[in-house]
Design a protein around this ligand. Structure first.
Ligand code: ZN
Length: 431
């Protein structure tokens, strides 16, 4: 398979995953098509050897796992290939009662979700997606995914003539500058946002009586696009961290025939600190792992032998801001998977897990690079440290090199996600 063939499926995955909920929905369809069995947390599980399963929580997190041919037997060398990624990305979240008028224009108020580069959300055609909770005519409660798919809202910039300092000091007030332009006021009737959502759901062959609540985000509906003289790069929305979700899921599916014990955790809410029902700093992963291996001693023996590869995007060196990178650790697009280290353990990598990942890459014939932050700049983090600490498992933090992290469109090399996939495929299929 070429990287271009791989990227066709990657681009489709990114396009159909505008929110964490849609990402989980898409992943569950991929697992189902590959023969994995859907498990619900409220049912009894009768797990079999050499089989694939997946479990979802709160629409935003999903764990897929495969059992070994010898399951449930555990011996001194039993191990599980752990993988981790996150399903959410920085965004603008629509408020519970968002609608208001100013100067004849109807707007939707938003909260900032995570740490987006806010300036990149202006002057874009934005779509709306997320989940909506409603009752039907029998007062039955339903939760449904929603995606406008086409652009529907917009944040126009203030003209340069009205703020001459804009190019020097583009201060953005989230309360007053970010409300989304939705409509022009008309004389016939007052607009009600929940009633508008009700009409949107009716168009989708549902029979809602009343919309109760929602988690709706805006996003850039433009599909991923190649750029560069020879299509060396591509840009996309939510590349952080859909790239890792897709690379991990495809590797798990493609290696499923080998039936090694694997465990791929995709958590929600990494961008806002991970403490939640479906976040990495929550109970989901351990709840599921404890049901797959109910005997505490078995779990501890497995964890001792196991390694987690925590996948999240890394910073490539920006050609116009190269002074923001450590001189000896320049990271190049298309030049390999990035291993991330930090002395304060903002990344969970240590020398042992880094060495193991390098060996994996060598065996898979995949290049790798090493990232460390400049010593005079603070370092970001990932789900790696919290998962490693909660789970008690050796972890390496890796990811694709990317530019413009947390912009509405992020950029990576055309080879980069394919490189990550090949390394992960080797990790989950080695014997
Ligand atoms: Zn991330």
């Amino acid at each position: 398979m070429s990287h271009k063939t791989f990227n066709v499926d990657l681009f489709n995955f990114i396009t159909s995953s505008p929110t964490s909920y849609h990402c989980v929905d898409r992943l569950s369809k991929l697992y189902k098509e590959a023969g994995f069995t859907h498990l619900k947390e409220n049912t009894v599980w009768n797990l079999k050897a050499g089989t694939g399963y997946y479990v979802k929580r709160d629409n935003g997190a999903i764990i897929a796992f495969t059992t070994s041919p010898g399951y449930p037997e555990v011996n001194d060398s039993s191990s599980v290939c752990f993988l981790g990624a996150h399903t959410d990305s920085p965004s603008l979240k629509i408020k519970p009662a968002p609608f208001s008028y100013t100067a004849g224009l109807g707007k939707l108020g938003v909260e900032v979700y995570g740490g987006p580069i806010l300036a990149t959300w202006f002057d874009r055609n934005l779509a709306i997606a997320g989940r909506i909770n409603y009752i039907d005519t029998q007062n039955h409660f339903h939760t449904v995914l929603y995606n406008s798919s086409t652009p529907i809202v917009y944040i126009p910039s203030l003209a340069i003539h009205l703020d001459r300092s804009k190019n020097n000091d583009n201060h953005i007030n989230a309360q007053t500058h970010l409300p989304l332009l939705l409509l022009q006021k008309s004389s016939d009737n007052e607009f009600n946002f929940n009633e508008w959502l009700l009409d949107e759901l009716k168009k989708k062959d549902l029979s809602p009586a009343e919309v109760l609540s929602h988690d709706l985000f805006c996003y850039d509906p433009l599909p991923p696009q190649y750029i560069g003289k020879d299509e060396e790069f591509f840009n996309a929305h939510r590349l952080d961290n859909l790239a890792s979700c897709f690379a991990g899921a495809k590797a798990l599916i493609d290696a499923a025939e080998q039936r090694r014990a694997c465990f791929f955790i995709c958590n929600d809410h990494e961008e806002i600190g991970s403490t939640s029902l479906s976040g990495a700093d929550g109970s989901f992963a351990m709840d599921v792992f404890s049901r797959v291996y109910p005997i505490p001693e078995d779990r501890q023996r497995i964890k001792y032998n196991s390694l987690m590869i925590s996948m999240d995007n890394a910073h490539a060196t920006h050609p116009n801001y190269a002074d923001r990178s450590d001189d000896n650790h320049f990271i190049e697009l298309n030049k390999g998977v990035v291993i991330k280290t930090n002395s304060k353990l903002r990344y969970a990598t240590n020398s042992v897990t880094s060495g193991f990942f390098k060996l994996t890459c060598k065996q898979a014939d995949v290049p790798f690079q090493e990232f460390v932050m400049r010593s005079d700049l603070p370092c970001g983090s990932t789900i790696g440290p919290v998962t490693s600490a909660l789970f008690g498992i050796k972890t390496v933090d890796v990811g694709i090199p990317s530019l413009a992290m947390h912009s509405i469109r992020e950029l990576t090399g055309s080879l980069d996600v394919f490189h990550l996939y090949k390394a992960i495929l080797h990790f989950v299929s080695r014997t």
